[in-house]
Design a binder for this molecule. Sequence first.
Ligand SMILES: O=C(O)CCC(=O)C(=O)O
Ligand SMILES: [Fe+2]
Length: 197
Amino acid sequence: MVSVPRDTCYVASEGLPEYKYSGYRPPTHSWNDYPPLKLILNAVHEALPGSTFNSLLLNKYKSGNDYVGWHSDDEKLYGDTPVIASISFGCEREFLLRKKIRRISREKPSCTRSANKEQHSFILKHGSLLVMRGYTQRDWAHSVPKRTKANGLRINLTFRYVYCELEQLSRFREPKIQELTKTIQKEKNAEVKKENN
Ligand SMILES: O=C(O)CCC(=O)C(=O)O
Ligand SMILES: [Fe+2]
């Protein structure tokens, strides 16, 4: 079984695919299993008007030895320009953002270090909200590196919007079907919001 250097679990609205990351599948729960998470979800929706999140990845960093390596959350099911909202609790940790390099113009940018080493560092404090949007996932990689001096517990909540199969299908179909799938999805989103209130 694949493991990661921190503890994780996943919360998602009904009908969404399981979370998979390089062969790793964290345990999955529903919003109703943890009512306080629904309150946090509502607070995030309020803080970011127009946003809709339907999934949450929780990361627990038990100490400074736990980390997340360089990666981008650029899976197709998040769409081309995902909005990702990340809340941190507990021990402050450093969050790094590094520009990817585009080797050939048509090629997807890779997570390898860019020649000019364009990198930014943010300290994620207790209660902070970090938002990644636009082409951040396509063009940048991020990580929370090991910090042996950070000896406290940190919990991170990462909210995302996962497109369901219906929406993914709508990309390839004719306009009338696209319209229909959009209407169904809107109704589903309204249901999810109602459920969470
Ligand atoms: O813990 C963090 O701040 C980042 C977590 C993250 O990048 C992820 O779960 O994809
Ligand atoms: Fe990430």
